[in-house]
Structure formats: structure tokens, C-alpha cells
Design a binder for this molecule. Structure first.
Ligand code: URA
Length: 444
């Protein structure tokens, strides 16, 4: 590039940022030019952060969001699965304690679908499926396109991160948004999710749009609007799609962290007594939708297939096969979970009933323990996490256990994290018979 072209590009990039800063609509060519320049290195991280912040503040309409999705999708390859079993995937917009992918994807694969799943790392205070999966010793998630494809063909499913080959623009922007306070934007979330999901080539997509204190979408209105944007965008790209708006005020299940969440998902796959029934049920609802969309069969039929593979162990076998194919060892995982690590329990200050557990406070405490990253590139402690002994609506007595915190890397942080965590709990004297719906609404 000549100096003159570089200078012209510099001016154009700055002009695009300023246009969005003034709240004006970007045309498709400007959005494409920006993403192309960012991928080529002629637009810098600082400029991409500035544009992301302008989008967070001023939004993007549907046409701009579609153009951003297309530009991000074009940054890498799109997989064509050709003939064979139908393909489908489920994606969550991010929650606290959300380990559903480790149940839903294996169930769908055991029902005969091919499930290529591009997953993300921890974002903001929400955990990342990629980090959780990597807590299984040996598990690799940075797969080449060929390895990703081969794993899906061999085991029925694979979980891998965005790479230089698949969804590279999302890989760069995802990490940047995490450190610049620019995650919670409907347009950016829609383009991030759709560019990955369209690149992986799944024919049917089910979105789990989390809503509440522990999610990026705080209100039901925002979540339903994101659900509509995701399903409409996926359908416009020729995919079958539905979205479920699900609550995210209290953590999903009892475990929040990385290895502890994988262990809870394994308990559900293994049918262990005491595994959270509501997490199992939500997983079955999402998996049934995937199967029904992908196989074009009724929901009742899909549900019966999902129940059978989950109760009969076929879903567990798929999960084990994926772990092995990606280099992981569940024996080493069990060994790691039995290893002594620093623990600290917190007790109820009073008797009564748990009225609420604030997922955002639980997430901050888990992050402080080392379950997430405070700075980009920070190492994650796979064992760091929180196990809740109670859930909303359950009875407590003075001094009874509320939760246990654990960490291998930073035992000195346990007490400070515990002091934070206590603030997540609120209590009532009398039992409240509140409905706690698992699904708030469905967009089809
Ligand atoms: N999940 C994603 O994949 N991207 C986002 O931007 C938010 C949640």
C-alpha cells in the first residue's frame, strides 16, 4: 500500500467511527470496509474499541446488524457439511453457572444429529464454555478446521473456539469487547453469535437468551428483542431457528466455575441422585427443540428421543467420545476433582427461607477466586469455583451451610471472596410459594 492509500484508509476509518459516534447509520460498504481493515491490521484495536463503544451507545438497526454479521462471517471460512445426518447447534447468550451445552449438545448428538459447536471463552462476568471444557485435563478447544470437522464426523459433536480459519473477526472482537466494556449491545452480540453459528454451518439453531441480573440483557424486553434479532438473522441466512428466553437472576444449578460446572453436567449425564432437576429439564427442552427442528419431527417425538438417550447413557457416551477425541481424559478429571484444594464454607446468618441468590454477585466472587480472567491472558484456575448448598426457595437454619468456595491457585483469596458471596443471599422468614419458570418465552 502506498502512503497515500494508507492515509486515505486512516481518514475513512476515523470517519466511520465519528459517523456512528454522532448516531448516524453506517452503510453496508462502510461496515464491510471497517471489518476488512481491522482484519488486515490497517484499523487498530483502539479504533475497533472506539467503534464498538459508539455502537453500544447509539445502537445499530437491523440492516446494519445484518451487514456486520455478513462482514464478520466473510472474515473466515464457512463449513459445508454436505449430505449426511442433519446438523444443529444450541448457543447461549451467556449466564452464570450455565453448563447446559455439556448436556444439550451430547443429547442432540446421541439422537443422531451432527453438532458442530463453536464456543466462546469467559466474557464479562459470564463463564465461557471453552474455558470450562478445558478444565478437563488434556482437552483442546483450539482445533483446526479439519480437526473440528473430523471430530464431529467421528463422535457426532465437537466444541471448539473461533480460530484464524473460522470466525476470526469474532475471535478478535470478542476478546477486545471483553476488556473495553462493550459486550452488552444487541447489535454486537447478534453479529458475534450469528457470525460464529453461520460459519459452523449448522442447519438448525436454537438460542438460549438469558435474561436478568447475571445476563447481558437485564430486562425481558431486551432479551426478547435479542431473541427476535437472532432468530430472524438465522432464518434470513436460510437456517431453521428458535430462541428461548430463560431467567438468569439466580445461578443455573448449584455449581459456578469451570471444573465444578463440568462435574455438575456429568452428574446429570450420569443420572446421579441430587443433580439439579431444573437444569436437566431445561436441557431436555432445548435439545428437543434442536432435534425437532433438525429432523423435522414433532416436539413430543423429539422429547421422547432425548429422554431415552439421556436416561439410557447414550448422551454420556457421546460426551466421553468427544472428550477423548479432543485429547482429554475424564479419569484425570476425576483424579483432579479428588485432589485436596483450599475450601471455605459460608453459613446462614439466620433461619427462614432463601428468597434470592444474586447471580451477578456469585459471578464476581467466582471471578475473584480465579474462575475467570480479570485481565486478558490471565490464567484460569480450573478448580476455582462455588458450590451452592441451597437454592432460592429452600429452607435454612442459623449456621446451616449456604455455599462452599474452592480454589487451588489462590487460597488467600477465599475469605475475601466469601465476604463478597454472603451478600448474594437474601432471606424471608416465611415460605413464599413463588413460581420459578424455567422458560420465560419462546420465539419461533
Ligand atoms: N456470546 C457470544 O458468542 N457473543 C457475545 O457477544 C455474547 C455472548
Amino acid at each position: 500500500m502506498t502512503d497515500e492509500t494508507t492515509n486515505g484508509m486512516e481518514i475513512a476509518i476515523k470517519g466511520i467511527i465519528e459517523k456512528k459516534r454522532y448516531g448516524r447509520e453506517l452503510d453496508d460498504g462502510e461496515i464491510e470496509a471497517f471489518i476488512d481493515a481491522y482484519m488486515a491490521g490497517t484499523a487498530t484495536d483502539a479504533q475497533a474499541s472506539a467503534l464498538a463503544m459508539a455502537v453500544c451507545c447509539n445502537g445499530m438497526n437491523r440492516r446494519e446488524t445484518d451487514a456486520l454479521t455478513r462482514a464478520m462471517l466473510r472474515s473466515g471460512e464457512t463449513i459445508d457439511w454436505g449430505r449426511g445426518a442433519p446438523t444443529a447447534d444450541k448457543h447461549s447468550t451467556g449466564g452464570v453457572g450455565d453448563k447446559l451445552s455439556f448436556i444439550v449438545q451430547p443429547v442432540a448428538a446421541a439422537c443422531g444429529l451432527r453438532v458442530p459447536s463453536l464456543v466462546g471463552r469467559a466474557l464479562g462476568y459470564t463463564g465461557g464454555t471453552a474455558d470450562k471444557f478445558e478444565s478437563i485435563p488434556g482437552c483442546r478447544v483450539a482445533l483446526s478446521l479439519d480437526a473440528f470437522r473430523a471430530t464431529v464426523e467421528k463422535t457426532g459433536l465437537s466444541m471448539a473456539t473461533q480460530t484464524a480459519e473460522i470466525a476470526p473477526a469474532d475471535r478478535k472482537l470478542y476478546a477486545l469487547r471483553d476488556t473495553t466494556g462493550t459486550v452488552a449491545s444487541q447489535a454486537l452480540i447478534t453479529a458475534s453469535i450469528l457470525s460464529k453459528k453461520l460459519a459452523e454451518g449448522a442447519g438448525a439453531l436454537v438460542f438460549d437468551v438469558r435474561c436478568g441480573r447475571g445476563a447481558f440483557m437485564k430486562t425481558r424486553e431486551e432479551a426478547e428483542s435479542l431473541a427476535a434479532a437472532l432468530t430472524e438473522g438465522a432464518k434470513a441466512a436460510g437456517r431453521k431457528a428458535s430462541a428461548f428466553v430463560t431467567p438468569m437472576d439466580a445461578p443455573v444449578g448449584r455449581a459456578v466455575g469451570n471444573a465444578v460446572e463440568v462435574a455438575e453436567a456429568l452428574d446429570i449425564l450420569r443420572g446421579c441422585d441430587g443433580a439439579p432437576a431444573d437444569v436437566r429439564e431445561t436441557a431436555l427442552v432445548l435439545a428437543s427443540e434442536m432435534v425437532s427442528l433438525a429432523k423435522d419431527c414433532g416436539l413430543e417425538d423429539a422429547r421422547a428421543q432425548c429422554e431415552e438417550v439421556l436416561s439410557g447413557g447414550a448422551a454420556l457416551a457421546r460426551f466421553e467420545a468427544m472428550v477423548e477425541a479432543q485429547g482429554g481424559s475424564l479419569d484425570a478429571f476425576e483424579h483432579m476433582m479428588r485432589r485436596p484444594c483450599a475450601r471455605f464454607a459460608i453459613q446462614s446468618p439466620r433461619g427462614g427461607y432463601v428468597a434470592d441468590i444474586d447471580a451477578s454477585v456469585v459471578a464476581e466472587s467466582a471471578l475473584f477466586l480465579g474462575a475467570g480472567r480479570e485481565r486478558p491472558g490471565d490464567a484460569i484456575d480450573p478448580l476455582a469455583g462455588i458450590i451452592l448448598s441451597v437454592r432460592p426457595g429452600e429452607k435454612v437454619s442459623p449456621g446451616s451451610a449456604l455455599a462452599t468456595l474452592q480454589a487451588s491457585g489462590a487460597p488467600d483469596r477465599l475469605e475475601a471472596a466469601a465476604a463478597k458471596l454472603v451478600r448474594a443471599f437474601s432471606f424471608t422468614r416465611a415460605r413464599r410459594d413463588e413460581e420459578r419458570p424455567m422458560i420465560l418465552s419462546i420465539v419461533r
